[in-house]
Design a protein around this ligand. Structure first.
Ligand code: ATP
Length: 369
């Protein structure tokens, strides 16, 4: 690469129509992937198992060769470049440290291949990475004498000393327990802020995607479903898949028929009739089948006066909030309320929905409003 690796403004990665198939084209791992990442941006690829996120990342890394499309880094088309000639550092799911080498040597490993750096420069990079990662005390230990989180930081350190244009991380915390994973998320986010280097991070965990990403790319079945900030993805999902995949508990998605009468437009389901807002009414036709989507936090429990009544099945404490599981007709619904607001002893509640927060999806799952 012609690019000076010390240029910290780099890391603009562009994927243009990237497609990768396996088994002679029978398996389409990813297709028509278009993503534009700014330098210094934290981009998360998220989606269920098999959606093509790892393949997309491996195409960026040069570990897979796309069947079609281009990958451009800082203006240079790198689609045909070998992995080792790309100015990118890959951090894998498994930690893969050398057990017989000290932490210092493990971190320095990739640098030792570089002939254009002085010994002093290499030492300085290792020490600076160790300081950033809080590993100064462990430099002379062997990996076996480190905790799982420390080991994962060593593998990050190994990537950091290469001073790449971007880091590519594939589920790096999946082997860590829940508490350590939460801790490492914050650590990685802090490190990324400090280094101002672009990161592309793959996870199947929507919560991890929300906490880490400046930009989230939601994938399903090999295709990008939506690209946006965490708030955009959460508040304004482009389709039913994104709405359902992001957020816990999942949003309520109820199939309804549009009824347009002289007195207004309503969405009729097997258990209720919900009045349309003006914006919703203007976007639908009489008799149309739609999916009415609304997040649990926009349902509230009352004694009476809601849009429908429901059986209260379970109150699930989440900490500061409770998840309330309800059944109305044959439909299961969930609500989220402040801690203790709804008594566990109640059998039936009246449910009010904040209808201006609802989404409508068409029969193909595409967003209407
Ligand atoms: P996971 O979270 O399970 O790793 P993913 O979203 O990262 O899933 P990929 O690993 O990119 O998905 O796989 C996408 C599709 O391509 C899957 O159907 C997978 O089985 C298939 N696939 C991936 N690599 C290969 C390969 N080397 N040979 C054949 N099929 C493959």
């Amino acid at each position: 690469s012609e690019t000076d690796s010390s240029d910290s403004s780099g890391g603009h990665i562009r994927l243009e129509g990237v497609r990768k198939t396996f088994d002679g084209g029978d398996i389409v791992a990813c297709d028509d992937v278009n993503i534009s990442m700014d330098g210094g941006e934290f981009v998360v690829l998220v989606g269920p198992s098999g959606c093509g996120k790892t393949t997309t990342l491996r195409c960026i890394a040069g570990l897979e060769e796309p069947d079609g499309g281009r990958i451009v880094v800082d203006g240079e088309d790198i689609t045909g470049l070998k992995s080792k000639d790309r100015d990118l550092a890959f951090v894998f799911q498994s930690i893969a440290l050398f057990p017989h080498m000290s932490v210092r040597k493990n971190i320095r490993f990739g640098l030792d291949m570089k002939t254009d750096l002085s010994k002093a420069e290499k030492r300085e990079r290792v020490e600076s990475a160790a300081e950033t990662l809080g590993l100064e005390e462990t430099l002379d230990r062997k990996p076996a004498a480190l905790s799982g989180g420390q080991q994962q930081r060593v593998s990050l350190g190994r990537a950091m000393v290469m001073e790449p244009a971007a880091f590519l991380l594939d589920e790096p915390f999946s082997a860590l327990d829940a508490n350590l994973r939460d801790h490492m998320r914050v650590e990685v986010k802090k490190i990324q802020r400090r280094l101002e280097t672009a990161m592309v991070f793959v996870t199947h965990d929507q919560e991890e995607a929300m906490t880490l990403g400046d930009k989230i790319v939601v994938m399903n079945d090999g295709y990008v479903q939506q690209i946006g900030t965490p708030y955009e993805i959460y508040n304004e999902p482009a389709n039913r898949f994104v709405a359902d995949f992001i957020g816990s508990p999942s949003p309520n998605l109820v199939e309804c028929t549009v009824e347009r009468t002289a007195s207004g437009v309503t969405f009729a389901s097997d258990f209720c009739r919900i009045p349309a807002t003006d914006e919703q009414a203007a976007a639908v036709q009489d008799g149309q089948t739609v999916v009415y989507g609304i997040r649990p936090e926009y349902l509230s429990m009352r004694d009476d006066g809601g849009q429908f009544t429901a059986r209260l099945d379970v109150v699930e404490p989440l900490g500061d909030r409770d998840a309330i599981h309800l059944t109305s007709g044959d439909t299961s619904l969930s609500a989220v309320t402040p801690q203790g607001e709804v008594s566990r002893d109640r059998n039936e509640v009246s449910v009010a929905m904040q209808t201006d927060e609802a989404w409508l999806f068409d029969e193909h799952g595409e967003r209407i409003v």
